[in-house]
Ligand binder design. Sequence first.
Ligand SMILES: [Zn+2]
Length: 470
Amino acid sequence: MFDLGIEGGTLFTPAGAIKANLYILHEKIAAIAGERLASQRTLNADGAYIFPGAIDAHVHSRDPGLTHKETFAHSTQAAAAGGVTTILEMPNSIPPVIDAASFQDRLSHLMPQARVDFGLWGMLTAQTEAAQVAALAQLGVVGFKLFWGYALDKTTLALVYSASDPQAVIPPPSNGQVLELGQWVARTGRVLAMHAEDAAIITHRSGQSTPALSAYARLLYERPSVSEALAIEMGIRLAHESRCPLHIVHMACQEGVDIVQQARQRGIDVTAETCPQYLTLTASDAERAGTLGKVYPPIRSERHRQALLKGLLTNAVSLVASDHAPHSRDEKSQPMAKAPAGVAGVQTLLPLLFDVALRGELPIASIPLWLAERPAERFGIAHRKGRVAIGLDADVVVLDPAGHTVIEPASLYSLNPDNPWQGKTLRGRVVWTVLRGRVIAQNGRPRDQAGGQFVPHCQGPQDTVHETRG
Ligand SMILES: [Zn+2]
């Protein structure tokens, strides 16, 4: 007798879409069958699509430190409501995850709040030491994030977007340090994830006056695609020299797609992610959305949007993540130049991508690849997550392609859910989100109940105990 059956739907498995029933036992996918089998409980998924639960590889839950923006309880409820069953949490909380002690503190802080499963990123700074990287790997971080070009506040280690007092900050690592950090990460078998925008271009242009430009055009001027392209190019060279797998986060420009594509063709171990904001919006949409459309890198023209869509089809862009980064309404109410960058996006990640696919801009069958299979593989959790396959964690999302989703604050669960898609009606609807066999959200409403687990990288912590040191 199985614990749960999901019957009558179309399963999106790595081998293709098949009409079959799915059965779950002891939190794992236990059977995929054409016939109906006995189970304690069943969900009727007639006409629905069953995807692996989405894995959002790029989430800033702000917790601890900036809990007026977001908390882990809120971000993980939002995740559950939107069909995300695992989030990979970025390390720039206050304090950030930079060593074993801060990792342990953050893990015990987040665990009781977790509504979905989660992995943790470690953070690299100009002061990181080799032993800290090794220790974080041993504890199971999914990878290491380098906020390339950003200085850090000396007291809080928070990212400093424009340093006015050089004495108050730790400067960003030099290229020499990045090479060395890459070597340390390479030894751990993890991925180095890079924010790729050239700080020198941004600093120079931010100091110029451009009275003729609108506030949004000014943002694009300060952060042009060439700053992304340069940083991506240089990041690839440095990481390759260090023999370190590289992941470019939130890629937003055509040049990036071309550079990553060429590097991959040369056999370089680099992947890139993009985000729904770059796939569904253009600069004019972002400008209309005001500061809610302000993200780094900025949302650019239709040419870039088309290149990113195409990049997904050729695997120049390997995955889609939200870069969920909410701010309070007060913070976002400031003028464009002052308002912080970032959108709330974990809940709308899958619904937006599903809508794009239902509108014919991307193939539906590839969504599980971009939102589950590839992130699981790249960040070392594919032994448990990322596919509808027997033996894996029973994390699935049941979607109704005939339904609709209205994006409105009342149905969003982030602490500060304002976003540039507000008021839109999307095709398709998340019906059930199932985490290890348990329904954690139904019809967009999360069950308010913790129970998420920490998911370590497959090489840690359990396996590293047996590692021999050479
Ligand atoms: Zn981010």
